[in-house]
Design a protein around this ligand. Structure first.
Ligand SMILES: Nc1ncnc2c1ncn2[C@@H]1O[C@H](COP(=O)(O)OP(=O)(O)OP(=O)(O)O)[C@@H](O)[C@H]1O
Ligand SMILES: [Mg+2]
Length: 282
């Protein structure tokens, strides 16, 4: 089970004066159970890329093969069940009158029997940190972060083997962001599903994933472990990204303390590393 992208091009409005080449010769392979971050400036092609993972967008050239299915095939019903795609601002698509109906929507469409749906909805809501007291509420009485969690629960309820989230924490406050990332990590750890996380935040990607793919102008600019990718601070800046602030500090410190490990991107790690050289810091 894997995602294989080979020589992928995507051209919007081909042949019109507005033609836009959004992806150019993109190649990658993502294996089962990986947790991968995708980062890149606005318009670099992140959303276009991930919408190929469930066949919502078709390649203009090249191939996308998901769990053995070529997405250019006609019948993608099974593939759509295996790949859960959470769009940017998914709460804009909420429309049912209760949280229960909202989360159950995809399961009802699949024809699952009611008893199983009830269990599955409770389970999915639990996964996103919402209890039974939310079942009969209207999604519209919830906070922004809660609405978003309901929308994500509707995707998780289908038990996809690949979960793709496009900027799942955008526009939320730090607490709301933390809630979202904590259940995503938990889902990955406990269910072993493949998670692909599109984010603008280097800090979040570094903290959560073991592999980061950097998109630039429709191509893959870098692909590797965050610690290695962040060593290319200059290149990242050139393409409108920056390494985490704390990594800049560590790089500066390395000029004074050559033995210090600068491949660090969280404040907690930095504190430990700095304490090795300046014992007094606590
Ligand atoms: N439906 C569309 N029709 C025409 N052009 C599009 C369409 N969707 C995206 N584009 C263009 O394709 C390019 C890639 O867009 P895409 O949305 O994939 O970027 P992104 O990396 O997700 O950006 P953001 O960080 O702003 O979400 C951009 O130049 C965008 O303007
Ligand atoms: Mg996008």
């Amino acid at each position: 089970m894997s995602i294989i992208v080979e020589g992928l091009y995507h051209i919007y409005m081909k042949g019109s004066p507005f033609e836009k080449v959004a992806l150019k010769d993109v190649n990658m392979r993502i294996d089962d159970g990986e947790f991968v971050g995708i980062i890149g400036h606005t318009g670099s092609g992140k959303s276009t890329l991930v919408q190929h993972f469930n066949g919502l967008l078709k390649p203009s050239a090249g191939k996308v093969i998901i769990n053995g299915t070529d997405t250019s095939e006609k019948n993608l019903k099974e593939l759509r069940r295996q790949v859960g795609l959470v769009f940017q601002y998914p709460e804009h698509q909420l429309f049912e009158e209760t949280v229960y109906k909202e989360v159950a929507f995809g399961l009802v469409k699949q024809g699952m029997e009611e008893d199983r749906i009830k269990d599955r909805v409770r389970w999915a809501l639990g996964m996103v940190g919402l209890g039974e007291e939310y079942l009969e509420k209207s999604p519209f009485e919830l906070s922004g972060g809660q609405k978003r969690r309901v929308a994500i629960a509707g995707v998780i309820a289908l038990k996809p083997s690949i979960l793709v989230l496009d900027e799942p924490a955008a526009g939320l406050d730090p607490k709301g962001r933390e809630e979202i990332f904590s259940f995503i990590s938990n889902l990955h750890a406990t269910m072993g599903i493949t998670v692909i996380l599109v984010s603008h935040s280097m800090e979040d990607i570094a903290r959560l994933t073991k592999r980061v793919i950097v998109m630039n102008k429709g191509t893959v600019e870098m692909d590797g472990a965050p610690a290695d990718v962040f060593q290319n601070a200059e290149k990242l800046e050139e393409i409108g990204l920056s390494v985490p602030q704390i990594t800049y500090l560590m790089m500066k410190l390395k000029k004074v303390i050559p033995e210090i490990n600068e491949k660090i991107f969280t404040v907690a790690e930095a504190k430990n590393e700095i304490a090795k050289y300046l014992g007094g810091i606590r």
